[in-house]
Write a protein that binds this ligand. Structure first.
Ligand SMILES: *[C@@H]1O[C@H](CO)[C@@H](O)[C@H](O)[C@H]1NC(C)=O
Ligand SMILES: *[C@@H]1O[C@H](CO)[C@@H](O)[C@H](O)[C@H]1NC(C)=O
Ligand SMILES: *[C@@H]1O[C@H](CO)[C@@H](O)[C@H](O)[C@H]1NC(C)=O
Ligand SMILES: *[C@@H]1O[C@H](CO)[C@@H](O)[C@H](O)[C@H]1NC(C)=O
Ligand SMILES: *[C@@H]1O[C@H](CO)[C@@H](O)[C@H](O)[C@H]1NC(C)=O
Ligand SMILES: *[C@@H]1O[C@H](CO)[C@@H](O)[C@H](O)[C@H]1NC(C)=O
Ligand SMILES: *[C@@H]1O[C@H](CO)[C@@H](O)[C@H](O)[C@H]1NC(C)=O
Ligand SMILES: *[C@@H]1O[C@H](CO)[C@@H](O)[C@H](O)[C@H]1NC(C)=O
Ligand SMILES: *[C@@H]1O[C@H](CO)[C@@H](O)[C@H](O)[C@H]1NC(C)=O
Ligand SMILES: CC(=O)N[C@H]1CO[C@H](CO)[C@@H](O)[C@@H]1O
Ligand SMILES: CC(=O)N[C@H]1CO[C@H](CO)[C@@H](O)[C@@H]1O
Length: 801
C-alpha cells in the first residue's frame, strides 16, 4: 500500500474563496440561497458543501468534501461538466418552493439544475429546503410535508462511493448508479473511466472498470459474499462492511459498504482508472486501505488474449495455457498478445459432434477429454454459476456437469460461491503469486500428459516422451571441443563434478559438466533424468543443450555463460565493484524467479539442494541463471546406503535440518537462498573451518545489525552510498526470514516473490541460532538419514501438479 503516492494524488489545493472564514449555514431555503461567501455544513459538522476551484483551473464548481480532513477530497460535484468562470463571484445555489435546485451564474443564467419538482398549491403550505446530512448526502426535501426527499445527491454519484451509497442497478426501472472518474486530478469533468457492477444477472456479481463505457479495463472477479476473488490481497476482514444486496424478483443488485462508527472513508475511482479505498480514523487525514490494482500490466483486461494467462513474475508475462498455441506467432513474438491462443488438439467431444451421430461406443477412456488444473488463478471473465445437485461431492459434481457439456470449457469450485463454469472463450486469466483459486481447464486427452499428479503419471510422462528429443552428443566431439578435458579448459569444480569450457566445430561455446558419480544408475534411468531436467526451462535457469554417455562417463552439455559465476565477482576485491546495487538487486530478483519456477511453477517440483553463489551463473548482460538444478537427484540415485549420510549441499548454505538430519524440502532451498542474499548484499563469505560457525558468523552479524536498526551497515562498502536503502533493507529482511532455524518460520518462494514486489509488511525474523548438540547429532543423523534420504529423495523432490 503506497501511502506516499496517495497523499500526492490528493495534492490539489483548493481556493475555497472566502469560505475559510465565511458563514456556515445548515440549510438552503427559497429565501436564502447559498452564495460564494458561505458553505452548507452537516449537523455534526462532518461534511461541507460550497464553491471550490481546483488549483489554477480557472473554473469554479459546487462540491462536497469532508469538513476537517486534509488534503481535501471532493466527494461529489454538482456541475462537474458545466463549470462557472473563476472570476464570477456572484453565482449562487438556490432552491425554489416547487422543489427545484438550481445553480445560477452571476447573470442569473441557469448553469445546472436538478430538474425535479413537486406540485405546489396555495391550499397547503410547503417549505422546501436543501440540507447536507452527516453521511454526505445532499438532500432537497419538503420539511413541512412528509419529509420525503425530492432529490438527493446519493442517487447521482460522481467518482466517489461514500458509506450508505449504492452502486448497482434496478433493471425494471432502468436505473443504474455507477462512478465516473474525473478527467484529471484537477479537472472534475467526466473522464473516460467508469465503474459499475456487472450487469449480467446469470452470474455472481463483479465490479468492472470501463473505458468509454464500452471497453473493459479491469474486473474484480466474482464476489464470494465477503470479497472479490480476483483481488488477491483484498482482505475480507478489512472490508467486513462491504455487502451486496440482490433481489432477483425485483431485478435489483446493489453494492454498498459501511464503516465502524467514528471511522470515515470512501471508495473512489481515480482519473487513472483505479479504485481506492481510503479511510480516516483520526478524522484529520486520509490513509489508503486497499486498491483494486497495482500498476501491473496483467491487471489490464485481456492483456494476454483468449486462452492466454498472465503472470507478472514471469517474462514474458503472457503465456498460452498448456495445450494451446499462439494464434499469431508473429504478433505474439512482438509482444502483442491480445489475439491470444488456440487449441492444439481438438476436444474429443468436438470431434464427436463434428462427425455427427457417430456412436460413442467403442471409445477408449484414453480418448476422453480431461481437465488441467491451474492454481492461484484469477478466474477468467464470463463465469456462470450452476447449482450443484450432489451436495455430498460438490467437486465431482461440478466436474462432471462441465464434462458432460461440450461447450463447457472450464470449471472451478469456489468457497462461498459454488460451482462456476465457463462457456465462452477464456479471457482475462491471471496467475497470482499468492491468493487466487484453482480452476480446471478442459483439454483433449493428448494434451493432458503434462499433468502429473502422482509419481506414476510422471513415469507415464517419461514413457511417452522420447529421450532422443534431447540432443545426444558424440563423446569424441566433446573430447575435441574440450581439448581432451584439458586443465586449461576447466572452468571450475562443481558439487557434481568438474566443468569444462568447450568450443564445438561450428564455433559455438558450451559448458560440459563431467559427472563424478561412478554409476550405479542405469542408462535408461539417466536418460529419464536428463529428459526431466531438460524440460525445466526458464530464463533464470541455465539451459541444458544435451548429454553424452560413454561407458562410465556421463556428460551434460549446457549453454556457456560469458560472465561465469557470481562468486568470481562477488568475492573478488576488485571485480566486485562491477556489481552495483541495481545489478545485485536484479540478480536477487532473477534467482527468486528461477526458484519460484522450480518450486512452484514447473511441471514437477524440483528442490535444488545446492544453491550457492558459485551456482549462480551470469549471462552477458549480468542476468542470473541458476545452474546444477535437478542434479541432486542423479547423484542421490547412484548412492548406496552407506553413503547417504554424505548429504549433497555445500557447507554454509545448508539449513539446520538438512545438515543435521539430511531432511530436505523446498524450505532448505529457501534457507540457502537467504544465505545467498546476505552474501550478495555484503560481499562477505565469512569462511571458517568450523562447519557451523561459518555461516552463523554472517547470519548472526546481519541479524544483529538489522535488530539494532543498522541494517545498511551490512552493505558492501565498495557501493558507497549509491544504493536504494529501501531495496537493501527489504532484501536483508527477506534474507533473515529465510535463514530462520525453524523451517516452518521460513517463507516459501511465492511469499518471497510477493514481498519483493509489494510494500506489504513482512513478519519479524527470529535470531538464527543453529545450535547443535554434538553427540546427539551424530547418533541421530546417521540413523535418520538412511531412512530420510531414501524416502525423501523419491518423494519430496518430485511432486506432481
Ligand atoms: C497550485 O497553484 C499554486 C499557485 O498557482 C502553485 O504554486 C502550486 O504549485 C499549484 N499546485 C499544484 C499541485 O499544481
Ligand atoms: C420552479 O420554480 C423556479 C423558480 O421559481 C422556476 O424557474 C421553474 O420554472 C419552476 N419549475 C417548474 C417545473 O415549475
Ligand atoms: C436538466 O435538464 C436540462 C435540460 O433538459 C439538462 O441539460 C440537464 O442536464 C438536466 N440536469 C440534470 C442534473 O439532470
Ligand atoms: C400539497 O399539495 C400537493 C398537490 O396537491 C400534494 O401532492 C402534497 O402532498 C400536499 N402537501 C401536503 C403537505 O399536504
Ligand atoms: C475514449 O473516448 C475518447 C473520446 O471519444 C477517445 O479520444 C479515446 O480514444 C477513447 N479511448 C479508447 C481507448 O477508445
Ligand atoms: C495522519 O495523521 C496521523 C496523526 O496525526 C499521523 O501519524 C499519520 O502519519 C498521518 N498519515 C498520513 C498519511 O499523513
Ligand atoms: C451446454 O451449455 C450451454 C450453455 O449453458 C447450453 O446452451 C447447452 O444447451 C448445453 N448443452 C447441453 C447438451 O446440455
Ligand atoms: C586427445 O587424445 C587423443 C587420444 O588420446 C589424441 O589422439 C589427441 O591428439 C588428443 N587431442 C589433443 C588436442 O590433445
Ligand atoms: C526406518 O524407519 C522405520 C519406521 O520409521 C524404522 O522402523 C526403521 O528401523 C528405520 N530404518 C532404519 C534403517 O533405521
Ligand atoms: C561485468 C562484466 O564483466 N561484464 C561482461 C560480461 O560479458 C560480456 C560479454 O563478454 C562483456 O561485454 C561484459 O563486459
Ligand atoms: C571465521 C570468521 O571469519 N568469522 C567471522 C564471521 O563474521 C563475524 C561477523 O563479521 C565475525 O565476528 C567472525 O569472526
Amino acid at each position: 500500500m503506497q501511502l506516499g503516492s496517495v497523499t500526492l494524488f490528493f495534492l490539489f489545493i483548493f481556493s475555497l474563496l472566502l469560505s475559510q472564514h465565511g458563514a456556515e449555514v445548515y440549510n438552503i431555503t427559497p429565501s436564502h440561497p447559498l452564495s460564494e461567501g458561505e458553505t452548507l455544513v452537516s449537523p455534526g459538522l462532518i461534511f461541507e458543501l460550497g464553491f471550490f476551484s481546483p488549483n489554477s483551473s480557472g473554473n469554479k464548481y459546487v462540491g462536497i468534501w469532508h469538513k476537517d480532513i486534509f488534503p481535501r477530497k471532493v466527494v461529489w460535484v454538482a456541475n462537474r461538466d458545466k463549470p462557472i468562470a473563476f472570476i464570477d463571484t456572484l453565482a449562487s445555489l438556490r432552491v425554489s418552493s416547487n422543489g427545484s435546485l438550481e445553480l445560477v451564474d452571476g447573470k442569473q443564467n441557469s448553469v445546472w439544475s436538478t430538474n425535479v419538482t413537486i406540485q405546489v398549491s396555495s391550499s397547503n403550505t410547503s417549505l422546501v429546503a436543501a440540507v447536507l446530512s452527516d453521511d454526505g448526502n445532499f438532500v432537497v426535501k419538503d420539511v413541512i410535508g412528509a419529509g420525503e426527499s425530492i432529490w438527493q445527491s446519493f442517487h447521482h454519484p460522481g467518482d466517489t462511493l461514500l458509506p450508505n451509497m449504492m452502486l448497482g442497478y434496478d433493471i425494471k426501472n432502468r436505473k443504474s448508479s455507477f462512478l465516473t472518474a474525473w478527467k484529471s486530478e484537477r479537472d472534475p469533468s467526466s473522464g473516460i473511466y467508469t465503474t459499475e457492477l456487472g450487469r449480467r444477472t446469470d452470474m455472481p456479481a463483479q465490479l468492472i472498470i470501463w473505458i468509454n463505457r464500452s471497453i473493459p479495463f479491469w474486473r474484480s472477479g466474482p464476489w464470494d459474499k465477503s470479497k472479490f476473488i480476483g483481488i488477491p490481497n483484498m482482505d475480507d476482514r478489512y472490508l467486513s462492511g462491504f455487502k451486496l444486496d440482490e433481489n432477483v424478483d425485483q431485478g435489483t443488485k446493489y453494492y454498498s459498504y459501511n464503516l465502524p462508527k467514528e471511522t470515515l472513508g470512501y471508495l473512489d475511482l481515480s482519473s487513472q482508472g483505479k479504485l481506492k479505498h481510503m479511510y480516516s480514523e483520526n478524522g484529520r487525514n486520509w490513509s489508503l486501505k486497499c486498491e483494486s490494482q497495482k500498476n501491473n500490466r496483467c491487471d489490464i483486461y485481456g492483456t494476454c488474449g483468449p486462452y492466454g494467462i498472465c503472470s507478472i513474475s514471469e517474462s514474458p508475462i503472457c503465456k498460452c495455457l498448456k495445450g494451446f498455441v499462439p494464434k499469431s506467432h508473429q504478433e505474439w513474438s512482438k509482444g502483442d498478445w491480445t489475439s491470444g491462443c488456440v487449441r492444439k488438439t481438438e476436444l474429443f467431444c468436438e470431434r464427436q459432434t463434428n462427425k455427427k451421430s457417430v456412436p460413442l461406443q467403442g471409445k477408449k477412456d484414453d480418448d476422453d477429454d480431461g481437465f488441467r488444473k491451474i492454481i492461484r488463478a484469477k478466474v477468467p471473465d464470463y463465469h456462470q454459476y450452476i447449482t450443484s445437485l450432489d451436495l455430498e461431492d460438490k467437486f465431482n459434481d461440478c466436474k462432471i456437469r462441465c464434462l458432460n457439456n461440450c461447450s463447457c470449457l472450464a470449471y472451478a469450485l469456489v468457497n462461498n460461491i459454488g460451482c462456476l463454469v465457463w462457456y465462452k472463450d477464456l479471457i482475462d486469466l491471471q496467475k497470482f503469486s499468492n491468493g487466487g483459486v484453482e480452476i480446471y481447464i478442459r483439454l483433449a486427452h493428448r494434451e493432458l500428459e503434462s499433468i502429473l499428479t502422482t509419481r506414476d503419471t510422471l513415469r507415464e510422462y517419461i514413457g511417452k516422451h522420447d529421450p532422443s528429443e534431447l540432443l545426444v552428443y558424440d563423446f569424441d566431439t566433446i573430447l575435441t571441443a574440450t581439448d581432451n578435458f584439458s586443465i586449461t579448459n576447466k572452468l571450475g569444480q562443481g558439487g557434481f563434478g568438474p566443468v569444462y569450457k568447450g568450443v564445438l566445430q561450428d564455433g559455438k561455446e558450451i559448458a560440459v559438466k563431467r559427472l563424478s558419480s561412478s554409476s550405479g544408475q542405469g542408462i535408461e534411468e539417466f536418460k529419464n533424468e536428463m529428459l526431466l531436467i531438460s524440460n525445466l526451462q526458464h530464463k533464470n535457469l541455465v539451459r541444458m543443450m544435451g548429454w553424452c554417455v560413454k561407458e562410465d562417463e556421463k556428460l551434460l552439455i549446457y549453454e556457456f555463460m560469458l560472465n561465469k559465476s557470481l562468486d568470481t565477482f562477488l568475492f573478488d576485491t576488485r571485480k566486485r565493484a562491477v556489481l552495483d546495487w541495481p545489478i545485485r538487486f536484479n540478480i536477487i530478483q532473477g534467482v527468486v524467479r528461477g526458484l519460484l519456477y522450480l518450486h512452484h511453477d514447473s511441471y514437477v517440483k524440483v528442490i535444488h539442494r545446492d544453491l550457492k553463489v558459485s551456482n549462480i551463473l551470469l549471462d552477458e548482460k549480468m542476468n542470473p541463471k541458476i545452474s546444477d538444478f535437478g542434479l541432486a537427484r542423479i547423484v542421490e540415485g547412484t548412492q548406496n546406503l552407506e553413503n547417504t549420510q554424505k548429504v549433497v549441499g555445500t557447507r554454509g548454505y545448508m539449513s539446520p535440518e538438512y545438515a543435521m538430519g539430511g531432511l530436505f524440502s523446498e524450505k532448505s532451498d529457501v534457507y540457502s537462498f537467504g544465505v545467498l542474499v546476505l552474501e550478495i548484499i555484503s560481499s562477505k563469505k565469512n569462511t571458517s573451518f568450523s562447519l557451523y560457525d561459518q555461516q552463523l558468523g554472517l547470519l548472526a552479524y546481519a541479524w544483529n545489525l538489522w535488530n539494532e536498526g543498522k541494517g545498511l551497515e551490512l552493505v558492501d562498502e565498495i557501493l558507497g552510498y549509491s544504493y536504494s536503502s529501501s531495496e537493501v533493507l527489504k532484501c536483508l529482511h527477506i534474507g533473515l526470514l529465510c535463514v530462520q532455524d525453524n523451517a516452518v518460520d521460513r517463507p516459501i518462494m511465492a511469499d518471497i516473490a510477493l514481498m519483493l514486489s509489494s510494500d506489504k509488511d513482512c513478519p519479524r525474523p527470529k535470531l538464527p541460532v543453529f545450535t547443535i548438540q554434538n553427540s546427539a547429532y551424530h547418533a541421530r543423523s546417521h540413523y535418520e538419514s538412511i531412512n530420510s534420504s531414501k524416502n525423501e529423495a523419491s518423494i519430496t523432490m518430485i511432486e506432481g501438479r
